[in-house]
Design a binder for this molecule. Structure first.
Ligand code: FES
Length: 262
């Protein structure tokens, strides 16, 4: 192979044990020296832990507010009878992440091994993609995106309110955590593949009209965030959990919020 050329094959394997080619166990990821089991194990553990934590917060907790901070699980804050406030909010980000193109890849490869990666054969199952229940619901990703954009708007509002300490401007550790969280969530949300298609898809010519040129600039901007969509996805998942845990520890009196108020 010439130096500087990117290899076009997607898998490198150890010497084949049989003339039929490498077995599934000998296929190696050419883009990472890490063991093959590490990524699926990480995905299964991280998503399972987050899922269990989210269920506990959404269905079994009623308070996520420590003035002037509000947990992202409770934004916007809606109190109706005995129903926990998180129930009114959680469906949007849950649907958004469940149907996200990156998370689909992650959970199909890790939880279901369906398939384990591009270079390995499918298990002996009929693959119907997203044409049958339950995966057909993944086609509603765009609508989950619309709902999540609204929620991100509320989170920005909450982050701004987190600078307000009884009418005085201030910054606490909670302010910083809420700000970082909404920045990461915005990077994840506005790098969405569906938004990229909304911005630049179904168009034959970018340069033929003013609106086409505007859409090109928007598409380029979304593409910048989209390149590392997987990292935005993980970072924002962890920041949501971190923001909620921090506020919960303040409520419980375990931590004191360091703050600087004018
Ligand atoms: Fe991941 Fe839309 S593709 S959020």
């Amino acid at each position: 192979m010439q130096r500087g050329l990117i290899p076009t094959t997607v898998a490198v394997s150890e010497p084949a044990a049989s003339p039929a080619g490498p077995s599934r166990h000998t296929v190696r990821n050419p883009y990472s020296a890490l063991p093959n089991w590490l990524y699926p194990t990480f995905v299964v553990i991280a998503l399972s832990l987050f899922g269990a934590f989210a269920v506990w917060v959404v269905f079994f907790q009623n308070n996520g507010e420590y003035y002037p901070y509000l947990s992202p699980f409770y934004s916007p804050l809606i109190h109706v009878g005995p129903i926990p406030p998180g129930v009114w909010v959680a469906w949007a980000p849950l649907a958004f992440r469940l149907t996200c193109y990156y998370y689909r890849k992650a959970y199909f490869r890790s939880f279901f091994w369906h398939p384990r990666s591009c270079a390995v054969e499918e298990p002996k199952r009929r693959y119907r993609g997203e044409t049958a229940f339950p995966w057909v619901f993944n086609n509603f990703h765009r609508f989950a995106f619309y709902a999540t954009v609204v929620q991100v708007g509320f989170l920005w509002y909450d982050a701004i309110l987190a600078f307000d300490f009884n009418g005085r401007f201030g910054i606490g550790l909670g302010t910083v955590i809420m700000l970082v969280n909404v920045l990461l969530l915005s990077g994840y949300t506005f790098g969405c593949h569906a938004l990229r298609h909304l911005a630049g898809g179904s168009l034959d010519c970018f340069s033929c009209s003013a609106s086409g040129r505007a859409r090109y600039r928007l598409w380029k901007g979304v593409s910048v965030l989209n390149v590392r969509h997987d990292r935005w996805a993980w970072a924002s998942l962890f920041s949501v959990a971190a923001a909620d845990i921090y506020i919960r520890l303040l409520i419980a009196g375990v931590l004191q919020d360091p703050r600087w108020v004018l």
